[in-house]
Design a protein around this ligand. Structure first.
Ligand code: NI
Length: 213
């Protein structure tokens, strides 16, 4: 038998992260995970749910920096971004959305019936795009609003894996849309930057009035 309690402790070290520490209790043994106890970290993963920045946070408009060194902090950030994305829930998340203006994306664009398809992309770029497809998009950084956006139906991207291996991927349809949306984030662009002036005005008015659904 295992009981789980989540305690949220404000993170003093890393800006706006909120770390969630779990205390695991079984019948006759109870112990507390101390945040900086490295020994315990090896046995029990510490999960972090990050705070998602929302429009009009200026970090969302910034062009993200390329990652030069994929160190442990980047790998941990990718893990935490997955936790945050799955919890939201969302199908993709870019590092600027969680307060890091660096070129890192996590995504899981599998449809409901398919097995999970988690992807981590470091410094992704679109090297080719063709066709056109349109779906109604939303964004964890623009809560309460969605709009039809036109994108490439098929893309070829280049990126690095977390092991610094070069990756070239061809994506179509929904995964292609998700990754285009996330790469936009790295360029300081949101899906609301791709809608008509009229729709954008409606959005801004609703935001001001606090009437976004
Ligand atoms: Ni988004």
């Amino acid at each position: 038998m295992e009981l789980r309690f989540a305690i949220k402790i404000p993170n003093t070290a890393k800006s706006n992260l909120r770390l969630t520490y779990f205390i695991l209790i079984d019948y006759n043994c109870a112990f507390l995970l101390f945040p900086y106890s490295n020994k315990l970290h090896k046995f029990i993963p510490i999960m972090s749910i990050l705070e998602i920045n929302v429009y009009p946070d200026p970090i969302l408009k910034r062009v993200a920096k390329k990652i030069i060194d994929i160190d442990d902090s980047i790998k941990q950030l990718a893990k935490d971004m997955f936790e945050t994305m799955y919890q939201a829930p969302g199908v993709g998340l870019a590092a600027p959305q969680v307060g890091h203006s660096i070129s890192l994306v996590v995504a899981d664009p599998a449809s409901n019936d398919d097995p999970p398809n988690p992807m981590v992309l470091v410094n992704p770029t679109i090297i080719a795009g063709e066709g056109e497809t349109t779906i109604v998009e939303g964004c964890l950084s623009v809560p309460g609003f969605s709009a039809e956006i036109s994108r490439y139906q098929k893309i070829v991207i280049r990126a690095l894996t977390l092991d610094a291996e070069e990756l070239e991927l061809t994506l179509e349809d929904f995964p292609a849309i998700v990754i285009q949306h996330e790469i936009d984030h790295l360029q300081g662009k949101l899906f609301i930057d791709r809608i008509s002036r009229l729709k954008r005005n409606i959005f801004e008015r609703k935001l001001k009035k606090g009437t976004l659904a």
